[in-house]
Design a protein around this ligand. Structure first.
Ligand code: C2E
Ligand code: MG
Ligand code: MG
Ligand code: MG
Length: 288
């Protein structure tokens, strides 16, 4: 009976694994075509100043309009892109598209673009960025690149070389998902970041966890002493927003303020205001 059970289990288990592998291969094949077929889009999510409520920037977040699967987010295909090398053409498209699309937006704010380890390792990245800046006409000082500590962990000196080149162009560099990794503090010595993005994990625990409040408060004080700006990620309710402000965080981002949305939503000052009002964003009230 045991043997039979084992075989049955295998019979159920194997096809599931096969299916997963086939799914990944299929996604990779589809992703190869996705750029040429115009299936990739950028959504943008605003960040706000915690003192004034003013919009300080927009983060570009990749979306894939898959012909059969619908809209899928980076969590479902970024590792496939990263492991297949497709992140290079995809990332290049993101940079060109984001700068081309946002260069004409009205207002004084930053544009943030995420970079993966493979992108940062590429010796061509800085030249590509320089060219995209030139073509779009956007001021380099308005661009901020976000990397996670994985980039520094995996790419070490190659990463700091590229990041210094990007900064040489005038762009700023932010450390994303700060605090969840193994040695976040160490990475602050390895590279001089302009901004730290405090991970959503801390924000989620803020309300009923005094330790999380102590951690966030230490991060903001340390950052201020080092001349580094702070943005908290993933704010979903008003209490989190108020606490972060009290704990000395500079900026905030999250569904409470505004969900990521297509570019036209924010292209003019009026459209951006209307979008915040539409989603019932707490920000408008916060500004008063
Ligand atoms: P990230 O850079 O930390 O971006 C924040 C993620 O949290 C986004 O997920 C955003 O939609 C989500 N988010 C924002 N506010 C909230 C909130 O209040 N609650 C919750 N639950 N989630 C919130 P998304 O768009 O799925 O992106 C996931 C990750 O994929 C990003 O994390 C970033 O690391 C990466 N990524 C996104 N776009 C690109 C890209 O163009 N290139 C590269 N290399 N990576 C990208
Ligand atoms: Mg980011
Ligand atoms: Mg993040
Ligand atoms: Mg995050």
């Amino acid at each position: 009976a045991a043997k039979k059970k084992g075989r049955d289990t295998l019979a159920i288990f194997e096809p599931a694994l096969d299916r997963e592998a086939r799914d990944r291969r299929e996604l990779e094949t589809d992703l190869r075509e996705a750029i040429a077929r115009g299936q990739l889009r950028i959504h943008y999510q605003p960040t706000i100043d915690l003192d004034t409520g003013a919009t300080t920037g927009y983060e570009a977040l990749l979306r894939w309009h898959h012909p059969r699967r619908g809209v899928i987010g980076p969590a479902e295909f970024l590792d496939i892109a990263e492991n297949s090398g497709l992140i290079i053409p995809v990332g290049e498209w993101v940079i060109r598209q984001t700068l081309a699309e946002t260069a004409a937006w009205q207002g004084d704010f930053r544009i943030a673009i995420n970079l993966s380890p493979t992108q940062v390792r590429s010796p061509h990245l800085a030249a590509l960025v320089a060219q995209a800046i030139h073509t779009s006409g956007i001021a380099a000082e308005r661009i901020e690149f976000e990397i996670t500590e994985h980039v520094l962990m995996q790419q070490g000196e190659a990463a700091t070389t590229t990041l210094n080149k990007l900064r040489g162009l005038g762009a700023r560099i932010a450390l994303d998902d700060f605090g969840v990794g193994y040695s976040s503090l160490g990475y602050l010595q390895q590279f001089r970041f302009d901004r730290i993005k405090i991970d959503r994990n801390f924000v989620q625990r803020l309300e009923d966890d005094a330790d999380s409040q102590a951690i966030v408060s230490s991060i903001t004080r340390m950052a201020e002493a080092m001349g580094i700006a702070t943005t908290a990620e993933g704010i979903e309710n008003r209490r989190q927003l108020d606490l972060l402000r009290k704990l000395g965080c500079n900026e905030a981002q999250g569904f409470l303020i505004c969900k990521p949305a297509p570019g036209e939503t924010f292209a003019t000052a009026e459209a951006a205001e209307a979008a915040l009002a539409d989603t019932g964003s707490v920000v408008l009230e916060y500004r008063k």
